[in-house]
Design a protein around this ligand. Sequence first.
Ligand code: TRP
Length: 445
Amino acid sequence: MSERAVFATRIGAIAATVGSAVGLGNIWRFPYEAGQHGGGAFLLIYLACVLVMGIPVIVAEFVIGRASRKNVCGALRALSPWRGLHFFGYLCVLASLMIMSFYSVVCGWILEYIMQAVRGGMTGHTSQQNAEMFAQFVQNPWRSVMWTILFLLLNYLILRRGLKRGIERLSNVLMPLLAVLLLAFCLNSLFMPQVWQGLSFLFTPDFSQISPRMVVGAMGQAFFSLSVGLSCLLTYASYFKENDSLLRNATMVAVFDTLVAILAGVMIFPAVFSYGVAPEAGPKLIFEVLPSIFQQMPVGGLWAVMFFALLFVAAITSTISVSEASIAFFCEEWGMSRNRASLLNTVVSMIFGSLCALSFGVMSGFTIAGKTLFELFDYVASNVFLPVGGMFFCIFVGWLLDRKLVKDQLTNHGTLSPRMLKPLIFCVRYVAPAAILAVFLYGIL
Ligand code: TRP
């Protein structure tokens, strides 16, 4: 690629970045992690992680990406004072393939639920029947593998069309629509019988719930949800314009992403308690709860189709961004055409994605350290790779990069004078790396 792509408009750049952050991480993963780790206390620690680690890492990735206008390896090679650091980029590519693999499985579940909703397959079910329907579906090897592969094919078709046309158009229109729909569902949840129990589960911290596992989980969730630590935002920032404000974009990503996660919690938890689902149900949580929500609404089937369709769009704008990080790498480092790079990314994800899909059925007995392949990929990528990546990017920007270059990027060569600049740089240098390290030590010890 001699002429690098740039997002066509400022709004397009923001929408695509927010589209990357807002996805299943907010609507599927956040409620189930919060449910497993006791609700309010998890939310509190999650918010702290977004603030002290998430935002500094977003900024660090943005600086590296836009200053170099390259993929992660190329960027590290171009900016690093030391040789060899670009090998870190290979880890990012590995992590992105891991995330693609388990994420596509859940995207496949969404496709199945869209189809069920269209066919009216969920109407008249009790919540018990909804749970059984999900269990039967994920245990069926063909159905879940087929949907995973179909999803990756759709993802491939969008990737092939390149950056501007594919990603921008999609996210500009549909992300705001998803936000409106979420708000409507939150309102609906406020009229459920167990609304107070649900809201107090989510918003009243019970400090006895704080444990090493929970804190590591909250950190992993913050990184996963914000799309940081994997060079995905770095790659997007390499397509930003020179006069985009990195700080403003970073704030937008953090604010929207967090709002959507909280809205998802407000939508889900009153229903969890009203329909007698266990909050610690795990990855299946929203798939058991949502159908019950739709059922008690007038024209529930229609709401269900709309909701799952928009969730699908939110998910695909995220998978595109995960894939984009490795595609930029394959194109620029290995000299592949965009089409071939997309194909490689898709085929690898299909293989591992299918194995992850089978983790709920025929391969459920295959475990490593007590986790199925799906759980292992999710756990290792989110709770280990992303925070390690985030720490690396912060240290790189805070300690190894030329100070003037960092300042130039954050102030657009002196044309902006953000008030938060000093504290932010302080966080990138000291607070974020120290906090990530502290959580790891707390988690291990
Ligand atoms: N943040 C996205 C979500 O919440 C998923 C995602 C996209 C991601 N790009 C990423 C996660 C990069 C980690 C790293 O669904």
